[in-house]
Design a protein around this ligand. Structure first.
Ligand code: PAF
Length: 305
């Protein structure tokens, strides 16, 4: 196995990229690598001849300076994981390398797909993500780039980005990695106290309740109702989890379909930590006769806030 090469500048990146053999997989990260990133890197190793991991905490996607400041940066542990997994190149540019003239004046903007879910809660976030992803893709020129299902709206926007800007890379989805109790892995989990971590299980509890309702032929409104009911039950103590949204969409993040594949998404603040999660499900109502509420008008109902 070739040694891991760690590069910083654009010139070093270009030289390292030129030496990579065969198909190249890019795993874009902000570091603080956990088992979710491990799954991304393993998928890239399995799907490509060479793997390049970028580690860059992108200031342009943080809407709050405090959040940027406290973002974890355990670079030695990150490099050790990349080495263990047989990554060929890590690119860890400085802010000056990525934005040599200061904050970008021309951005890639996310458009209407970002006017929902995460968008209103994190103004400018997706413009920052799409701008940096465009820069990463154009600098690395990978055959494929790997994104986690947990950041589902990001994944959807990146897929749209490569279509709309006719970028060459294939975008690969890697399933969410969870703790045994269901908590989705996130770099932000380290900020949870043990009480908050317990409360965080309310998120996956709500998503699974929504999926279970879909499986017994609830429609969109029934799924939302079941998910909210599960949240109310697990938050019986009443405090500690501030839900920002819990919403059902079609797989492309359009309005919920009357039946078929759908995606249930949630975001909540637990203390000072903001977590997101989502789950895929299959709406069975209205497909056959079995649904308890198969009036299409019902399926348009928005979940309550
Ligand atoms: O998902 C992330 O870690 C970031 O949003 C990404 C894609 C690396 C862009 O900074």
């Amino acid at each position: 196995m070739a040694d891991l090469q760690v590069v910083s500048t654009r010139a070093q990146l270009a030289a390292a990229r030129a030496k990579l053999a065969g198909t190249v997989g890019l795993v874009p990260t902000m570091g603080a690598l956990h088992r979710g990133h491990r799954a991304l890197i393993e998928a890239a190793k399995a799907g490509c001849d060479s793997v390049l991991v970028s580690i860059f905490v992108n200031p342009m996607q943080f809407d709050q300076a405090a959040d940027l400041d406290r973002y974890p940066r355990p670079i030695e542990a990150d490099l050790a994981l990349c080495e263990e997994l047989g990554v060929e190149v890590v690119w860890k540019p400085s802010v000056e390398t990525m934005y040599p003239q200061g904050p970008a004046r021309v951005w890639v903007t996310a458009g209407a797909l970002a006017d929902q879910l995460e968008g209103p809660h994190r103004p400018g976030h997706f413009d920052g993500v799409l701008t940096v992803v465009t820069k990463l893709l154009s600098a690395v020129r990978p055959d494929r780039a790997y994104f986690g299902e947990k950041d589902y709206q990001q994944l959807t926007l990146v897929r749209q980005l490569v279509i709309d800007l006719a970028l060459e890379a294939g975008i690969e989805l890697v399933p969410t990695v969870r703790e045994p109790d269901g908590l989705a892995l996130s770099s932000r989990n380290v900020f949870l106290s043990s009480v908050e971590r317990q409360r965080a299980l309310a998120l996956i509890g709500a998503l699974r309740a929504g999926r279970a309702a879909a499986e017994i032929a609830a429609d969109a409104a029934g799924v939302a109702q079941a998910a909210w009911a599960a949240l109310d039950r697990s938050l019986g103590a009443g405090e500690g989890v501030d839900v920002e949204y819990l919403e059902l969409r079609d797989p492309a993040l359009g309005p919920p379909p009357p039946y078929g594949p759908a995606r249930l998404l949630i975001a909540a603040r637990i203390g000072r930590t903001r977590l997101i999660d989502n789950i895929g499900l299959e709406l069975l109502a209205a497909k056959g006769a079995a649904g308890p509420a198969s009036d299409p008008a019902d399926t348009a109902a928005e979940p309550r806030r």
